[in-house]
Design a protein around this ligand. Structure first.
Ligand code: SF4
Length: 263
């Protein structure tokens, strides 16, 4: 399963670039978040808002809340069929303040089975109570990814996330802050593990050995693996390198260690 492109590429809070879709689009239906765990220390939402003196801890509904169901003058949906929707990348889809808006979000997601919604969360403990009544074992057009940046969060989140009724699930270890042992919990339920270092001026180190150790666990469990980016401070064979932003993804590509999806 080595060498080909993974199921999807990951970005910011974990997410990135689709593989099987005609195009992709951001759908930031609410904005603002609260720092939840170690991976949030240098959150890009806070970093970017600070440039505009904006308080990132205020969670607000955005002007593009109803983007998936907007229509043009011909009555066609503005978001074309087959679009991969990066959903809620300046907040957390399962954050408490959004409980009042989430039912409408689910209704829109249900209305557009021709789109795929990709959701990343650090709050798996809130997922079960936030699912819609007709969720069953999950909507076919929704992938939910859980972020686990260190051993503490993997121990806490992996068993819980694994047990949830979600049709498409993936794990994201980004920013990867230390070696992680999944303790045998990886398996077919997980469609991909994405790993990446931290970006930004104060980026913490990401060690290549930690990346490879996760890859080994993916091989053992037959789970696709994607090394998304090195991060800005990358250690390999005991040497630490400062990697410019523009090279962080290409350097990861050069490592050529991705494991493709079996489909
Ligand atoms: S959960 Fe994501 S969006 Fe929220 S503070 Fe943490 S890194 Fe930022």
């Amino acid at each position: 399963m080595r060498g080909a492109r993974p199921l999807f590429f990951a970005s910011a809070c974990g997410g990135a670039t689709e593989n099987h879709y005609f195009c992709s689009m951001m759908w930031n239906l609410w904005h603002g978040c609260h720092k939840k765990s170690e991976g949030c220390a240098h959150c890009y939402v806070y970093r970017r808002d600070a440039e505009f003196d904006k308080d990132s801890s205020q969670v607000t509904k955005t002007a593009c809340f109803n983007l998936p169901i907007r229509r043009n003058r011909k009555g066609e949906y503005k978001v074309p069929p087959g679009t991969f929707m990066w959903t809620c990348f300046t907040s957390d889809f399962f954050i408490e303040e959004a409980d009042q808006w989430r039912p409408d979000a689910w209704t829109m997601i249900r209305c557009r089975p021709d789109l795929h919604f990709h959701i990343v969360t650090k709050r798996p403990e809130r997922i079960a109570r936030c699912l819609p009544d007709d969720w069953g074992d999950g909507y076919e057009n929704v992938t939910i990814c859980c972020t686990m940046e260190n051993q503490r969060r993997a121990d806490e989140r992996m068993p819980l996330f694994r047990s949830l009724p979600i049709r498409h699930k993936a794990v994201i270890c980004e920013p990867l802050l230390e070696a992680i042992d999944f303790k045998g919990l990886l398996g077919e339920w997980c469609e991909q593990v994405t790993v990446g270092g931290e970006s930004g001026p104060d980026a913490r180190v990401c060690d290549y050995d930690w990346v490879l150790a996760i890859r080994e666990q993916c091989i053992a469990a037959s789970v696709p693996f994607f090394f998304k980016q090195t991060g800005a401070t990358f250690r390999k064979d005991g040497r630490t390198y400062a990697i410019p932003r523009r090279l962080q993804m290409s350097q990861a590509r050069k490592a050529d260690i991705d494991l493709m999806h079996n489909a």
